[in-house]
Design a protein around this ligand. Structure first.
Ligand code: SAM
Ligand code: SF4
Length: 460
């Protein structure tokens, strides 16, 4: 048994957070202790994101702090795992602070790499060579994923299950296909087995994860399984009350079936995250997104017809190369028509190795990117505010996550109960005061006040 403390810091998306949970469960299984405080750690692992340059800069800045820490604690071991590890590989070992570099495809080796660094003071790099031509099958990762489901630090009652790895879509701005490798759908039997195990541990909500989760496709014998099949199979697992899935790519294949499953299977949440990225057909084409703004809006209309009460969220990139005021206007237009519950807006960040970076000049000035970003968010805020008002004086059901960011708020007026946070099936964030042991449970909340991003209410 090991007696070392490990601290894991995560930068990145839900995929990265799931990797952290798996790595942390695997290390605990080998006898390491996971600690919240970096200062108590013998080993610090940083799980990284490469999607935007800013995410990488944050990691380098943290590595700078760790370098200083190592001056007083030379025995401290530092590892970089995740997308940035895969992208930069041995280049990262040149950083004075770094002892271990491990890409997302090789995380099953993490305990071994940590041991080597701690005991033998050996630095190591484990990244997938020629990731795009490497076999998409990764039995070690498949085993790892099915043994280590979740971490006890995950939100009570909730778990993520990866149904697909990698991506083959090659949107021209995106680094994901180069750091997560070829797209592969995991076998449905393994996924359902995993969901059953999670349900036995008390998990009530499952989120199925994939870069374009709606493209899930697995052929076994005569049958081809789609995400719609997974949703209905998962819904039959005893104990699973809510099922979500992210992220969807606007494509026709399986779309009707998936919407049908959302409408017909009661425990599939009525929430669709389906990024448009732009409202200009010229920019969509340059992004290698294979739809037009009109086709995209028609898909949203269909979703609203088939799944009553569906909540839709989107992502946008502003300042993509060649984006003129007119192109941006088209994006504004699309956001106004789409009436998202919320949307995420990112400033274009050229990623080395992508087609966008190689062939297109990052020609929109930062000032313009910022202005467009703010303008789009302001438009969306107004829409979210209008949509949120429909909940006023209504009762909603939430799955309670735990303490809110400001748990002390309104405590005195609520029998000393802290402020909690939960989410509706449609992904609205709801805060209210209640006993902390509601975390992981469903609760009914009467909404008394609304705002663009948060609903406020009282336990009913
Ligand atoms: N697979 C998902 C999809 O297709 O929407 C998510 C991919 S990515 C991790 C999440 C979001 O980051 C994307 O939807 C996109 O808006 C944004 N993004 C990706 N690459 C970017 C880049 N180079 N610059 C700015 N934003 C980017
Ligand atoms: Fe990146 Fe496009 Fe794949 Fe999403 S679908 S991960 S944006 S390449």
């Amino acid at each position: 048994m090991e007696d070392k403390n490990i601290h894991i810091k995560t930068f990145g998306c839900q995929m990265a957070r799931l990797d952290t949970a798996l790595v942390s469960a695997a290390l605990k299984d080998k006898g390491f202790s996971i600690v919240d405080n970096e200062n108590e750690a013998d080993v610090v692992l940083i799980n990284t994101c490469s999607v935007r340059q800013h995410a990488e800069e944050k990691v380098f800045s943290h590595l700078g702090n760790l370098k200083h820490l190592k001056e007083t604690r030379p025995e401290l071991v530092v590892g970089v795992i995740g997308c940035m590890a895969q992208r930069l590989g041995s280049e990262l070992l040149e950083h004075e602070a770094v002892d271990i570099v491990c890409g997302p495809g090789l995380i099953p080796q993490i305990a071994e790499l940590v041991n080597k660094a701690v005991k033998e003071k050996q630095k190591s790099v484990a990244v997938t060579e020629k990731i795009r031509t490497a076999s998409a099958e990764n039995p070690a990762l498949e085993d790892f994923e099915s043994v280590f489901d979740r971490d006890d630090k995950d939100i009570l009652g909730q778990a993520f299950v990866r149904v697909m790895r990698g991506c083959d879509n090659f949107c021209s701005y995106c680094i994901v296909p180069y750091v997560r490798g070829p797209e592969i759908s995991r076998p449905p039997a393994a996924i359902i087995e995993q969901i059953k195990r999670l349900a036995n541990q008390g998990v009530k909500q499952i989120t199925l994860l994939g870069q374009r989760v709606n493209a899930y496709k697995y052929t076994a014998g005569e049958k081809t399984y789609s995400l719609a099949d997974l949703l209905s199979m998962a819904s039959e697992v005893e104990g699973i009350e809510w099922i979500r899935f992210v992220t969807s790519y606007p494509a026709e294949e399986f779309y009707g079936e998936i919407l049908g499953a959302m409408a017909d299977v009661p425990n599939v949440c009525n929430y669709l995250h389906i990024p448009a990225q732009s409202g200009s057909d010229k920019i969509l084409k340059a992004m290698n997104r294979r739809y037009t703004a009109r086709q995209y809006l028609e898909m949203l209309d269909r979703a609203r017809q088939i799944v009553p009460g569906i909540e839709i969220a989107g992502d946008f990139i502003v300042g993509f190369p060649g984006e003129t005021d007119k192109d941006f206007e088209a994006t504004v237009n699309l956001v106004e028509k789409a009436r998202y519950k919320n949307c995420f807006v990112f400033k274009y960040s050229p990623r080395p190795g992508t087609v966008g970076d190689k062939r297109l000049k990052d020609d929109v000035p930062l000032k313009v990117k910022k202005q467009r970003n703010n303008q789009l968010l302001a438009i969306q805020e107004k829409i979210s505010d209008e949509l949120s008002r429909q909940f006023l004086n209504k009762e909603v059901t939430v799955l309670v996550e735990g303490l809110s960011k400001k748990p002390h708020l309104n405590k005195a007026e609520n029998q000393d109960n802290p402020q909690l946070v939960g989410r509706t099936a449609g992904d609205w964030i709801v805060v209210f005061n209640g006993p902390e042991n509601l975390a992981g449970q469903f609760a009914k909340i009467k909404i008394t006040k609304t705002s663009p991003l948060t609903l406020f209410g009282k336990l009913s």
